[in-house]
Design a protein around this ligand. Structure first.
Ligand code: AMP
Ligand code: FE
Ligand code: FE
Ligand code: ZN
Length: 285
């Protein structure tokens, strides 16, 4: 019998994906996945719709989100499952992060104008749709719509990437504080793509070990497109040494990110079971 496949990291148009939450869940069902977690950036606003779609399409939906944090000056994405996003301290941080994205828009647009690829704030707003925050991918979409670049990828490669000429820093919550807020709000905390481009040299085995032992980190994403096979092997071994959950996921963004098709990486059933029992232990009910 084939093993049930569960994808623990996906985005809808409630952040910077292109499918509605219902479409993400319907697509997961169509692809034969047993379960899917919706993990939009810094918001749980898509979850009610996703849960309803899970009922309709007969597949398990796990509630989550991907929190923008920073560690040693680098951007680190923290997946939080089963977390109460309305817990006051966490809710305040999430709002601050979303505002930080919006505040950055003007300065980024000024840089783009200087670089000869101007778009207006209205052009960007036209791309935002249902998302409660304005991310770089939406700015990328406006550049595509204006004919300055052909794809989101080209927009990032030429202008918007972390080391690109139009990048502007924005607010993110300190990782150790985020771990505490997520755990206090009943969540299970898993670092997304820990050895992807921006954090490879920063989240060393020693750092991850400390985060697990002292700050309540529960897991790391191992199977992710940003990790090549040797990196996956090293991270899997590390997770097992540190007693961390080793998850796998697509980081699906609809048409917004190529080579991240839903279900391209999935989480082992026993890891999904362990995640569910942690969620159940921590839920206030
Ligand atoms: P923001 O949160 O507004 O800073 O935008 C970050 C989002 O942009 C990430 O969640 C990704 O979806 C996307 N992103 C970041 N870097 C890249 C890149 N180099 N290429 C394509 N998409 C990227
Ligand atoms: Fe994203
Ligand atoms: Fe991420
Ligand atoms: Zn993501």
């Amino acid at each position: 019998m084939p093993q049930p496949r569960i994808d623990l990291h996906t985005h809808s148009a409630v952040s910077d994906g292109t499918d509605s939450p219902t479409e993400v869940v319907a697509r997961a069902a169509r692809l034969g996945l047993a379960g899917v977690a919706l993990t939009d950036h810094d918001t749980d606003a898509g979850l009610a719709e996703a849960f309803a779609a899970g009922q309709r399409y007969g597949i398990e939906v796990i509630g989550g989100m991907e929190v923008s944090t920073k560690y040693a000056g680098r951007s680190v994405h923290l997946l939080a499952y089963g977390v109460d996003a309305a817990a006051p301290e966490l809710a305040a941080e999430l709002a601050r992060i979303r505002e930080g994205r919006a505040d950055r828009l003007g300065p980024v647009l000024a840089k783009l104008a200087e670089l000869g690829v101007g778009v207006s704030e209205a052009d960007v707003r036209a791309q935002v749709g249902d998302s409660p925050s304005v991310g770089r991918p939406h700015i990328a979409d406006a550049l595509v719509a204006a004919g300055h670049v052909r794809s989101r990828r080209e927009a990032f490669d030429r202008f918007l990437a972390d080391d690109g000429p139009a990048h502007v820093e924005r607010y993110a919550v300190d990782l150790e504080r985020a771990l505490r807020l997520v755990r206090d709000a009943g969540g299970v905390a898993v670092i997304a793509h820990p050895w992807g481009r921006s954090t490879r040299g920063v989240l060393t085995p020693e750092v991850l070990s400390g985060l697990a032992a002292e700050h309540g980190l529960d897991g790391i994403e191992v199977d992710h497109q940003d990790h090549n096979p040797p990196v996956r092997r090293q991270l899997r071994r590390l997770a097992s040494q540190l007693g961390l959950l080793a998850t796998g996921s697509s980081d699906y963004h609809g048409t917004g990110k190529v080579d991240h098709e839903l279900g391209c990486n999935t989480t082992a059933p026993e890891v999904a079971d362990a995640l569910r029992s942690l969620m159940a232990q921590r839920s206030p009910h």
